[in-house]
Design a protein around this ligand. Structure first.
Ligand SMILES: [Zn+2]
Length: 424
């Protein structure tokens, strides 16, 4: 019988908010220069740095590793073993909202992230045990939803039997499962029974009847977890309406504009490390403070650019859309020397790009011709084939998408990018 007895979170950490807040502290700590490249998952014995890192969150290294691994599984942190810890798109959205004090919206994003994680994990009897590709085993949430009684409920006793009934190795898994189901907002416990709350009804209907496509690979599912709205995501329509509801209800965009906090610090810093742009004014002693100063400078400009493009990635064959998943990219970089035309907040010095295209553009994998067509770099040969690469390469020689006002970026800014960033 199919069951939900997968070894859900053997790490024995929960999805409770306080655990996520602990990991949030570690994310901040992990971007200090002394930790960049440090393996947080490494050996603990005699490892003074490991103790020091864990102490930032007032915990022991083993506890710390457990909590980080759990948050990777829940989809808040990107998979990896080295500092800095990087939020996923969902994680960074939660962190942004929490940081600006919009706890209501942050709670909703937290619940949705847990729901997506619960929905797509699949379990099997192999050594691997679990997968984020639902084609690789039984999807416990689908199974559970489909055996609820007419009241949409199941008794705790039955639930425990399902989770722990036929496995000796993972006893007492039921309490972890139960907590995650409740934290996600999908279930409530009332008088010895778990009741489905009716939350996300369209998404839940899709999960109940979901048959995973064999063409979606583990890498694809990683991207879907990172951004559940991308084109290949089977749940994109229902999740998009959940996002729209949260956005309208909580006025997220205004909140972000007012509070000036559009992207997670850790990603920005990691990118800086990668691209090795000297940004003396930004990477000063207090990363948090200086980064928010930069955000203040950029935020109004950023919102305007995204609106001009109607929140669609400007790369012709990239189909990322949605205000939470696109960013405003400077063509002539923010930190470039001034010339006769002030460029930092110039409305024709911006492109609306999805996060991935933004990074590729900043790193010079592609640029624009004077006639606003995409040109791509031979350096693309260095990275493996994947959807993003295909989207950009297949856009070569095609003009970028039009803005609502049909204006195009200034050639002066494009030429700067081509000469200074593009790796031709
Ligand atoms: Zn894109």
């Amino acid at each position: 019988m199919a069951s939900i007895n997968g070894d859900w979170f053997h790490s024995r950490s929960s999805s409770n908010l306080e655990e996520l807040l602990t990991v949030r502290t570690l994310v901040l700590e992990s971007q200090k220069p002394e930790y960049i490249g440090f393996s947080w998952s490494g050996g603990r014995s005699g490892n003074q740095k490991m103790y020091k890192f864990a102490a930032a969150a007032d915990i022991q290294p083993s506890t710390m590793q457990t909590k980080i691994r759990a948050m990777i599984r829940y989809g808040f942190i990107k998979d990896g073993t080295q500092c800095p810890l990087i939020w996923t798109r969902m994680g960074s959205l939660w962190n942004d909202l929490y940081t600006v004090g919009n706890y209501g919206a942050a709670q909703k994003v937290y619940e949705l992230t847990l729901t997506i994680s619960l929905a797509i994990y699949a379990f099997n009897n192999t050594q691997v045990q679990y997968s984020i590709n639902p084609a690789n085993g039984e999807m416990p949430l689908r199974f559970l939803l489909n055996i609820l009684d007419t009241q949409n409920s199941i008794s705790i006793r039955e639930f425990e039997a399902l989770v722990d009934g036929n496995t000796q190795r993972v006893g007492d898994n039921a309490s972890y499962w139960k907590r995650d189901l409740i934290n996600s907002g999908l279930f409530q416990e009332v008088q010895g029974r778990l009741f489905y709350t009716g939350k996300y009804s369209d998404f839940i209907q899709e999960i109940k009847s979901f048959e995973p496509s064999p063409f979606l690979t583990g890498v694809d599912w990683q991207s879907i977890r990172e951004n559940p709205l991308i084109e290949i995501s089977p749940f994109k329509d229902s999740i998009r309406s959940i996002f729209e509801a949260i956005t309208q209800e909580q006025n997220i965009e205004e909140q972000i504009t007012d509070e000036i906090f559009t992207a997670p610090l850790v990603d920005a810093v990691a990118e800086q490390e990668e691209i090795q742009i000297p940004e003396i004014d930004i990477l000063s002693s207090d990363l948090r403070f200086s980064q928010s100063t930069r955000r203040i400078r950029n935020a109004a400009w950023s919102i305007r650019i995204k609106k001009k493009y109607n929140y669609i990635c400007a790369v012709p064959n990239c189909d990322v859309i949605g205000q939470i998943f696109v960013e405003a990219a400077h063509i002539k970089p923010d930190n470039a020397q001034d010339s006769n035309i002030p460029h930092r907040a110039h409305i024709l010095n911006g492109l609306c790009l999805c996060r991935h295209c933004h990074i590729a553009f900043d790193k010079g994998y592609f640029s624009l011709t004077d006639t606003h067509k995409i040109i791509t770099s031979a350096r693309f040969n260095d990275i493996p084939n994947q959807n993003l690469k295909t989207a950009i390469i297949s856009s070569a020689n095609i003009q970028i998408k039009n803005r609502m006002d049909r204006r195009l970026p200034l050639v002066e800014f494009i030429q700067y990018h081509r000469s200074n960033r593009f790796k031709g």
